[in-house]
Design a protein around this ligand. Structure first.
Ligand SMILES: Cc1ncc(COP(=O)(O)O)c(C=O)c1O
Length: 374
């Protein structure tokens, strides 16, 4: 069983076994043991883009979490799919739910990549889809981000031939946190081969400030069979440990995804929690505002130290520290703070997930303790 904890190790192993053309850079494997499970006095976790505030208070007040634990969850799965369909203004056959959006990425890799059906992805970006493509023996072409850190859609288009089964666009992108403009993505999709699917990963959608450059492909659909949009309850809803994600696609594409799904991969607890969270628009608004305030404060601290950071539309920020990232991670670890792993080729950038204000104070205190590089 592949856990997030062992993800990069397993990716390395399967790369060897599958002898796929692309492999995870070795240095990424060295950071394969992210710190998990906060313990009293344990490290401050600024390394996995989680929501430090947890689920909305309305969810925490939901009562017996084990209600229905003895029953199979089909009824719950149907209800959440219907509720998500209403939210996204689509028919329920357009919604595919999963055990986190990671399951969506996996079923998309299974459905649309394989030998002779390659994956085109950015670099750096979230790597789970690349891993699952490798498992099904698909070649991956990684296209470096453009100089402004957006997806280099021109280069991705050149890389995408008739043998490309799937393109991955993470928007906002993890680890850079920035947005690739909506109009550019739309133009790109129009020019792609007719048999190439596009997965737009909107895991961080809820944190994006209003901008003419951004519109979700769920909120403003283009009614194209090739487009799949993924979202998750792990970020704004603070439920990374409960596992729920979903995709929206046209009915025929959703069917192709559905075929690859594990039966009953949702559980009663997460679906009931998600139904409460979706009804709590005030909770959502508050979480969004709080993240924006935390992000603004983070940027103020960046500026005060004459550092630079990639403008973030997410719940994490990629900071140019001027220091070798591997050393920096070790120094933070010694001070009980976990920060994001290295993302080659950004050797001096640190990806910092936003924590609560007191956690961020500690982060800055530790950074200020470190010897200056100037
Ligand atoms: C861009 C992106 N997509 C998907 C995921 C997976 O999220 P989950 O499986 O928890 O929904 C993450 C997790 O960090 C992510 O950053």
């Amino acid at each position: 069983m592949l856990s997030r904890r062992t993800f990069f190790k397993a990716a390395g192993v399967s790369a060897a076994v599958a002898a796929a053309s692309a492999s995870f850079p070795k240095e990424m494997l060295a950071w394969a043991e992210p710190l998990r499970a906060p313990q009293p006095g344990g490290p401050i976790l600024l390394n996995s883009n989680e929501n430090p505030y947890g689920p909305f208070p309305s969810v925490l007040a939901m009562g017996n979490p084990f209600q229905d634990a003895n029953r199979y969850p089909d009824h719950h799965s149907e209800r959440i799919a219907e509720r998500l369909a209403a939210l996204c203004k689509v028919a329920s056959e357009c919604v595919v739910t999963g055990c986190g959006s990671t399951e969506i990425l996996r079923v998309a890799a299974n459905a649309f990549t394989g030998p002779g059906r390659k994956l085109v992805t950015a670099s750096p970006t979230f790597e789970a889809l690349e891993h699952y493509a490798r498992v099904v023996h698909a070649e991956t072409v990684r296209v470096p981000l453009a100089a402004d850190f957006s997806h280099d859609l021109g280069a991705m288009l050149k890389a995408a031939g008739n043998d490309t089964g799937l393109v991955y666009i993470c928007n906002p992108n993890n680890p850079t946190g920035n947005v690739t403009p909506r109009s550019d993505i739309e133009d790109f999709i129009k020019k792609l081969p007719k048999t190439t699917y596009v997965l737009i990963d909107e895991a961080y959608h809820d944190f994006v400030p209003a901008s003419p450059d951004y519109a979700s492909f769920i909120d403003r659909p283009i009614n194209d069979d090739r487009v799949i949009t993924a979202r998750t309850f792990s970020k704004i809803y603070g439920m990374a440990g409960l596992r729920l994600g979903y995709a929206v696609a046209t009915p025929s594409t959703a069917r192709l995804l559905q075929e690859q799904k594990l039966e009953d991969s949702l559980n009663a607890l997460v679906t009931r929690a998600a139904l409460i969270a979706l009804d709590d628009t005030a909770g959502h608004h508050q979480a969004r505002q709080r993240n924006a305030a935390d992000r603004d404060e983070f940027m103020r601290q960046v500026t005060a130290r004459k550092l630079t950071a990639i403008p973030s539309a997410a719940n994490f920020v990629m900071v140019e520290t001027g220091r070798p990232i591997r050393d920096l991670i070790g120094q933070f670890r010694q001070n009980n703070v976990a920060i994001g792993r290295p993302f080659p080729p950004f050797e001096t950038y640190a990806r910092i997930s936003l924590g609560k204000p007191d956690e961020m104070k500690e982060f800055w205190r530790v950074l200020d303790l470190l010897p200056s590089v100037q």
